[in-house]
Design a protein around this ligand. Structure first.
Ligand code: HEM
Length: 520
C-alpha cells in the first residue's frame, strides 16, 4: 500500500516536471508578454532554446541562423527571448558606441573565479579593465613587439622549408595553430612555448598546490567551448546543467586550460621578481603607465591572461588558415597578391618588416576579404537590451531581451556585398569600399570590440606576406573544402597540403646558422 503511494508520487512528480517543462514554454509562447511572436522563428526556436543549443552543440549555429534569415527575412526570433537582425542599422543600434545594450548572460560560461574584459557585463568594471589593456595594445606599443612576430615567423618557415624540400604532406591548419600559440605566448608572457619547433601543442600546467603536469590544449579548449557555449544559451539553468553534465570532458578541458594559464602567470611573476624588464602585454596588468603597481589578484590576472592567450591565438589562427585556404582556392587572387609582394619587397628579405607591408593595398584587401567570408567568430555576439527596452532596426524591442547580429549572415548578405560567395579582394579597393566598412564586423564594433585588432593586423599582414611570397600551397585532395568546428570561434579542422618553395628569398637554414654564429 505504502509502496503504491511512493510510485504514485514519483509519477506525479515526473508528470509535473514534464508538464511544466513542455507546457510552460508553449503557454508562454502564446501569452507572448514581449510581443516577440511578430518575428518569424525557425522550427521550435520560438518556444525553446533547444533549437540554438542543438545547433551550437553540432557546430553549426552560424549556418543554421544564416539559413533561417535567408528563409524568414532580416529579423528572426532565434530563441524564446532572442531576436537576430541582419542589418547595418542593427550593428549600430546593438554594438555601436552609445548603445544601451550590455553583454548577455551567455558570457557567464567564460567566467571562472574572476571576470575578464570579455565576459564582464558591468559597464564600469569593463571600462576599467579595457583602459588597462587599451594602453598596451595601442599602435605605438605594438610596433616594439614586431621582432617577436618576425622571429616566430622564421621558425615556422624553417618547418615549412623542410616540408617543401621533401614534398611531404603537412596539415597546414595544425602548424598555423601552433605558430599562433607560440606568438601569443611570446607577446603576452614573454614565454616561448616552442610548439612549432616540436610540432605539438604540449604546454605545462600547474595545479593550485604547485604540481606541474603536461596538457595538450587544442582539443581541451574545443571541448570546453563546445559544452560551455551550448549550455550558455540557457542561462537560468546554466549552473544546474553544468552539474548534470559534470561527466563531460569539456569541463576538465576548461580546468586544464586555466591550469596552463596559471603556470604561465606564475612563471612570468617569477621573472618580474628577478627584476627582468620584459616588454609584453602582461606588464599592462602589473603596472600603470606611471609605473605604479596595480596589485591585481592572481585570479584576475589568470582571467585576463586566459582571455588574451585564447582570443589571441584561436581567432588569428582561423584568419590565417582561412587566408591560405582561400588563396589556394582562388589562384588568380594569389597571383595578384604575389605580384604586389614581389614588386614591393626586397628579394633578400625573408620576413618583411611591418612598415614594408602595412600599406600594400591588395594584401590588406586579401585579409579583409578573408575575414568577411570566413569570420573567426561567425555567430551573433549576444547583447541584452536595457530594462526600459530600445529601438533596433526601427523595431521596439522590450527590455531584458537578447539581441544579436550574426556576423556570417551580415558578411554574406547580398544587400551589402555583391556576389557574397565569391572571394573578391577587389571589392575592398573599389570606390564604395568605405561604405562596406559599416557592415564589416570581424572584430565586432563599438566599446566591446576587439582590443587586439592592431596587433592582429601586424601578425597577419606580416605572416601572409611572408608565406604567400615564399610558397605555393596545394591541396592534396582536389576540390578540398575547409571544415570548421564552430563553438564560439570557428576552429578550422585539418587542411592537408603540399608546399612548394618559390625560391625568391634566401634559405632560412642559412639565416638560422648565421644567427647562431652571431650569438656565439
Ligand atoms: C584575427 C584576429 C582576431 C579577431 C577576428 C578577433 C575578434 C574579436 C571579437 C569579435 C571580439 C568581441 C567578442 C565578443 O563581444 O564576444 C573580440 C574581443 C576581444 N579580443 Fe579579439 N580578435 C582577434 C585577435 C585578438 C588578439 C590577437 C588579442 C590579444 C592578444 C585579442 C584580444 C581581445 C580582447 C581582450 C577582447 C575583449 C574586448 C572587450 O570586451 O573589451 N583579440 N575579439
Amino acid at each position: 500500500m505504502q509502496q503504491a503511494l511512493v510510485v504514485g508520487l514519483w509519477e506525479v512528480a515526473i508528470l509535473f516536471v514534464v508538464g511544466v517543462g513542455f507546457g510552460w514554454p508553449i503557454f508562454d509562447y502564446f501569452r507572448d508578454p514581449k510581443r516577440l511572436r511578430r518575428f518569424s522563428a525557425p522550427s521550435i526556436a520560438g518556444f525553446t532554446n533547444l533549437w540554438m543549443m542543438k545547433h551550437q552543440w553540432f557546430h553549426n549555429r552560424a549556418k543554421a541562423t544564416h539559413e533561417a534569415h535567408k528563409r524568414l527575412g532580416k529579423i528572426v526570433r532565434v530563441g524564446p527571448n532572442h531576436v537576430s537582425f541582419v542589418s547595418r542599422q542593427a550593428v549600430k543600434d546593438i554594438y555601436g558606441h552609445g548603445s544601451p545594450a550590455t553583454k548577455d548572460k551567455f558570457y557567464m560560461q567564460f567566467t571562472g573565479t574572476h571576470e575578464s574584459s570579455l565576459d564582464t557585463t558591468d559597464r564600469q568594471v569593463h571600462g576599467e579593465k579595457r583602459k588597462r589593456l587599451a594602453a598596451a595594445f595601442a599602435q605605438k606599443n605594438i610596433v616594439d613587439m614586431e621582432h617577436v612576430v618576425i622571429e616566430d615567423t622564421q621558425k615556422l618557415l624553417k618547418r615549412f622549408d623542410q616540408t617543401a624540400a621533401t614534398r611531404e604532406t603537412i596539415d597546414v591548419s595544425w602548424f598555423i595553430n601552433l605558430f599562433l600559440f607560440d606568438m601569443t605566448g611570446d607577446l603576452v608572457f614573454s614565454h616561448h612555448l616552442g610548439c612549432v619547433e616540436r610540432g605539438d601543442d604540449m604546454m605545462l600546467a600547474q595545479k593550485l598546490d604547485g604540481t606541474v603536469y603536461e596538457v595538450h590544449p587544442v582539443s581541451d579548449v574545443r571541448k570546453s567551448l563546445r559544452i560551455g557555449s551550448s549550455l550558455g544559451w540557457y542561462t537560468p539553468l546554466y549552473h544546474l546543467n553544468k552539474r548534470l553534465t559534470a561527466w563531460h570532458e569539456g569541463w576538465t578541458g576548461g580546468s586544464n586550460w586555466t591550469a596552463i594559464v596559471l603556470h604561465m602567470v606564475r612563471t612570468r611573476l617569477e621573472k618580474e621578481k628577478e627584476g627582468k624588464e620584459l616588454n609584453d602585454f602582461f606588464k599592462a596588468l602589473l603596472w600603470t603607465k606611471d609605473h605604479e603597481p596595480l596589485g591585481l589578484e592572481i585570479g584576475e590576472l589568470v582571467a585576463e591572461c586566459s582571455l588574451l592567450l585564447l582570443a589571441g591565438s584561436d581567432t588569428a589562427t582561423i584568419a590565417l588558415v582561412s587566408t591560405i585556404f582561400l588563396l589556394t582556392k582562388w589562384p588568380e587572387a594569389a597571383a595578384k597578391l604575389r605580384k604586389e609582394l614581389d614588386d614591393a619587397i626586397d628579394e633578400t628579405e625573408v620576413v618583411p618588416a611591418y612598415d614594408a607591408v602595412k600599406n600594400l593595398p591588395y594584401l590588406r584587401a586579401v585579409l579583409d576579404e578573408t575575414m568577411r567570408m570566413r569570420p573567426s567568430l561567425p555567430g551573433g555576439l549576444p547583447r541584452f537590451t536595457p530594462p526600459e527596452g530600445m529601438m533596433i532596426e526601427g523595431e521596439w524591442i522590450p527590455g531584458n531581451t537578447t539581441v544579436s547580429v550574426p556576423t556570417w549572415s551580415l558578411h554574406h548578405s547580398p544587400e551589402y556585398f555583391k556576389d557574397p560567395e565569391v572571394f573578391k579582394p577587389e571589392r575592398w579597393l573599389a570606390e564604395d569600399a568605405a561604405e562596406l566598412q559599416s557592415t564589416f564586423i570581424p572584430f565586432s564594433a563599438g566599446g566591446r570590440a576587439c582590443t587586439g585588432r592592431n596587433v592582429s593586423y601586424l601578425e597577419l599582414l606580416v605572416s601572409i606576406a611572408t608565406l604567400a611570397r615564399r610558397y605555393e600551397f596545394e591541396f592534396v585532395e582536389p576540390g578540398f573544402e575547409l571544415q570548421t568546428a564552430d563553438t564560439v570561434n570557428a576552429h578550422p579542422l585539418a587542411m592537408p597540403m603540399k608546399i612548394r618553395r618559390r625560391n625568391l628569398s634566401p634559405d632560412i637554414t642559412d639565416l638560422f646558422d648565421a644567427r647562431q654564429v652571431l650569438h656565439c
